[in-house]
Design a protein around this ligand. Sequence first.
Ligand code: DX5
Ligand code: ZN
Length: 225
Amino acid sequence: MTGAVKLAPSILSADFARLGEQVREAEAAGAGYIHIDVMDGRFVPVISLGTPIVEAIRRVTELPLDIHLMIEQPERHVGAFMDAGGDVINVHAEATRHLHRIAREVRGRGKLAGACINPGTPVSVLESLLPELDQVIVMSVNPGWSGQKFIEGALPKVRRLREMIDEAGLATEIEVDGGVTAENAPVCAAAGASVLVAASAVFNDHASVAENMSRLKEALAAGAK
Ligand code: DX5
Ligand code: ZN
């Protein structure tokens, strides 16, 4: 593991009626990225949000916007999400035949290129592509919804990716997305994750965003048990 683990609150569980406020709360509480889940109703059953929301969030925070495109043929839309203010553009390996081309296009615009793999997809699909990527997202739930249970099978994939990235001398971030809580965050970090997404563990009715972020940060500081 290298350096401090960044937290990337996902707005999918935020109160959309006061989205700007919730994003500002997350920033004030020490978020590293704001994670924005885009779903098209085809790659996943749900439709979530599009470029107008990204533009709106761009106006209220200085944080990098981590755009998670759960959409078919993302090559048709990456340009629009970069124009809207996305900083890290993540596309699913399962959704395109053109990961390499997309990564080149994103980096060509001076943005960060990310690739995501579903729980059923092996890390080997990304092996030859790692030098082209700034980030890999290992899904630890099946994409489509927040609030699902963490899939333990993601951990060996994170460990394997950490080995591959370190052996190649790359700085590619490993982001774990789905079911992250204060209980499993330290385990994800110990496996080699450098960014942790959390929606329902940050935006919920039990506690404030600041309290929830503190819990996650304290758990990470205490380390894996
Ligand atoms: C799932 C999304 C995740 C989701 C995480 O399709 O990609 O980013 O918002 O939600 P939690 O943290 O509640 O599992
Ligand atoms: Zn996501």
